[in-house]
Each structure stands twice: as C-alpha cells, then as structure tokens.
Design a binder for this molecule. Structure first.
Ligand SMILES: CC(C)(COP(=O)(O)OP(=O)(O)OC[C@H]1O[C@@H](n2cnc3c(N)ncnc32)[C@H](O)[C@@H]1OP(=O)(O)O)[C@@H](O)C(=O)NCCC(=O)NCCS
Length: 158
C-alpha cells in the first residue's frame, strides 16, 4: 500500500483558504478532545496577524492536506496556537516540518522568539517541541478548564 507521504521533502506548504475548512475541521476533530470549532478556525483566517499554514502532499495534480499549524506573529514573537497532523500521516515528519515552516516564516518577519502552551499530558507534542529545542519556562495551572489540566509554557529562541 502506498504511504500518504514518504519523506518530509515531498511535502509542500501553502496558506489555508476558506475552501480548506472541511478538511482542516476533520483533522482537528480527530486530533483533539476539545477541538476548535469551524467558526473559530474561519475567524482565524480573517485576522491579519494570524497564519494558518497547511502541509500538503501532491500526487499527480491531486493534493491531500496532511496537517496544519496556526500561529500568530506579533512584534518579535511567534506564538504557536495549534498544530495537528492527520492520524494516517503521523510520525512521518509532518509536524516537525510544519513547526520549521512556522519558524522560518517568523524569522523572515523579524521574530526572535517562539512561544506556545501545551497540555501537561500531551506526550507526543511535548516530545516534538523538546526535539526542536523548546524549553519549559513556566506552568499555567488549570489553563484547560474543561479537564482542570495545567499548561506547560515553552519557549525557543529563533
Ligand atoms: C503532536 C503532533 C502534531 C505530532 O505530529 P507528527 O506529524 O506525528 O510529528 P512528527 O512525525 O513530525 O514527529 C516529530 C517528533 O515528535 C516526537 N513525537 C511525535 N509523535 C510522538 C509520539 N506519539 N510519541 C513520542 N514522540 C512523538 C518525536 O520526537 C518525533 O521524532 P521521531 O519520529 O524522529 O522520533 C500529532 O501527534 C498530533 O496531531 N496530535 C494531536 C494534536 C495535538 O495534540 N497537537 C498539539 C497541540 S499543543
């Protein structure tokens, strides 16, 4: 069976468009217990400071969205709000490639630091961020109020 993506080099990146909402909502719902709503994702598309970048696998003209990252660029800070990889494409470098794409976009626009919050229990995401050099700088107690879960605050010098 052909794998959806063989190497990160095969990935392409592009800005999300309104017509991508259905696919992004599907990945979001599969990835999170408390997914962002369609309305929230649509609203992010309208904010000048917000960026949603898709990782796409293109094959014979057809493209498949494999993941996305949402980040804000404000002054010299890149803030990562959300990232998810489609379940069938996980552990093939898509998440890391999306993070590096965001770092590159941030650096191009003068960002010197990247920040994010992550659930204490989210081992895959914590491992991804640590592998990229993010370090823990604080904890926001009870940040995810539905489950009363703490957020780990992480930072990376770009
Ligand atoms: C976190 C997430 C985006 C990672 O995406 P991915 O495309 O599978 O990640 P990659 O293949 O690029 O993995 C890069 C590194 O992250 C770490 N990692 C990723 N998944 C992991 C897992 N399940 N367990 C442990 N480490 C993991 C590893 O260090 C990995 O490097 P390696 O494969 O060489 O060991 C994905 O698991 C996901 O969509 N999760 C649900 C949504 C979510 O929790 N988002 C984070 C919100 S803060």
């Amino acid at each position: 069976m052909r794998r959806p993506v063989d190497t990160p080099e095969r990935l392409e990146f592009r800005r999300m468009q309104p017509e991508d909402l259905d696919r992004v909502v599907d990945i979001e719902r599969a990835g999170f217990r408390n997914p962002w709503s369609r309305e929230l994702l649509a609203r992010e598309l309208d904010h000048a400071w917000s960026h949603i970048v898709l990782a796409v696998d293109r094959d014979a003209g057809a493209e498949r969205v494999l993941g996305y990252i949402v980040f804000w660029l404000v002054h010299d800070e890149l803030h990562v709000l959300n990232i998810a990889t489609a379940i069938e494409a996980r552990r093939r470098g898509v998440g890391r490639a999306l993070m590096l794409e965001a770092h590159g976009a941030g650096k191009d626009r003068g960002a010197v630091v990247a920040t994010l919050e992550v659930r204490r229990s989210n081992a895959p995401a914590l491992e991804l961020y640590r592998s990229l050099g993010y370090r823990q700088v604080g904890i926001r107690p009870n940040y995810y109020q539905e489950e009363g879960e703490d957020a780990i605050v992480m930072i990376l010098d770009l």
